[in-house]
Design a protein around this ligand. Structure first.
Ligand SMILES: O=C(O)CCC(=O)C(=O)O
Ligand SMILES: [Fe+2]
Length: 352
């Protein structure tokens, strides 16, 4: 069956209907040659990553030691687990709960928010990749959240009844968190604290992607989300208690611990450009598993459309051996998706 046709179906629906025995080939992206082999034969030994934990509480975030830890985390891991983010456990639990409840409703209810196959916003699967590229073993609901005038409320679920209110509360807090994080990122590099915020701009995009990973009988063959680096400046990820997210570090896939109280801050390509490569965006993927549903809420924080971004001056010094490594770019997303759909990274388009 073609990718377009498959993308009109939901993975969750295939799993619930027991249609997985005939696993459609566009989903198969791993161990292709082992398709006929022993079902238990797969190599996902889990190496849990000691990802740095950073306390964003105002009382600590500007301490030289904390800033130094932040810099180390971002330069060597490309991510950190944020605690002290000011979002209460009850808000975190509520948002996870309504997201799960949304996906656990009948298809008919969810399809009220269905996207067109080629489009991005709404409920469904990602737009079709190029021919031959695998499909992800997941369903998701993508929503534009800020600036507020970009919201398309017809995609915002009305069921469960508290969905909109709970998401709105969470996203308001996340927006505040982006200010703290952007300032701390500047300060840890000894830059003027508004320098990244100014590049993101007043109309910076904040988009939510609610991910639902159904279990798979063949986690050795499919992938929840294929390897990629995000197009964003950075991404804020709230996980549930089921592991699955992995980051690529020094050529090895390492599992991100499922810390339900922390929000993972993961660098995207546009922060790599703005820091002239001092920070590197993190390549990551999500594994499928045989037993449990996994949900996550990824929020992409991305410079305002039409705004030029580039390496900040303080990170370029030709005489001090810190040459400019990246160009100025505008609407990086447009080219990013072309490469993403081919299963490639796009960062080279900004590199000098
Ligand atoms: O599910 C996750 O933990 C990560 C999701 C992700 O990488 C994305 O939505 O871009
Ligand atoms: Fe991602």
């Amino acid at each position: 069956m073609s990718a377009e046709k498959l993308l009109a179906k939901r993975v969750q629906d295939m799993v619930l209907r027991g249609e997985e025995d005939q696993l459609p080939s566009p989903y198969i992206c791993r161990n292709k040659d082992k398709y006929e082999d022993d079902h238990d034969d797969h190599d996902d030994d889990v190496h849990v990553a000691p990802i740095p934990i950073i306390d964003l509480n105002q009382a600590y975030v500007d301490h030289p030691e904390q800033l130094q830890s932040l810099k180390l985390a971002l330069c060597s891991w490309g991510c950190f687990q944020a605690i002290g983010h000011g979002i209460s456990s009850s808000i975190l639990n509520n948002v996870r709960k309504v997201v799960k409840e949304f996906f656990e409703q009948p298809m008919e209810e969810k399809n009220k928010y269905a996207k067109k196959v080629e489009e991005f916003e709404g409920y469904g699967g990602d737009p079709p990749p190029e021919e031959g590229q695998p499909l992800d073993w997941q369903d998701r609901l993508c929503l534009e959240v800020y600036p507020q005038h970009r919201r398309n409320l017809h995609f915002w679920p009305q069921n469960p009844p508290s969905f909109r209110e709970v998401l709105e509360e969470y996203m308001g807090k996340i927006r505040l968190m982006t200010e703290t994080v952007s300032k701390a990122m500047a300060r840890c590099l000894h830059l003027e604290e508004e320098c990244f915020l100014n590049q993101f701009g007043e109309e910076a995009l904040i988009q939510a992607r609610l991910n639902y990973y159904s279990p798979s009988r063949r986690p050795d063959l499919v992938m929840g989300l294929k390897p990629h680096a995000d197009n964003s400046g950075y991404t804020l990820i709230l996980q549930d208690e089921v592991q699955g997210l992995q980051i690529l570090k020094d050529g090895k896939w390492l599992t991100v611990p499922a810390n339900t109280q922390a929000i993972l801050v993961l660098l995207g390509d546009q922060m790599e450009i703005m820091t002239n490569g001092a920070f590197r965006s993190s390549v990551h993927r999500v594994l499928s598993n045989a037993g449990k549903v996994r949900t996550s809420i990824a929020v992409f924080y991305t410079p305002e459309p039409g705004k030029e971004i580039g390496p900040v001056d303080g990170l370029i010094n030709e005489e001090m051996n810190k040459p400019r490594m990246y160009k100025h770019v505008k609407d990086y997303a447009d080219q990013y998706w072309e490469y993403y759909n081919k299963g490639c990274r796009a960062i080279h388009i900004a590199q000098l």
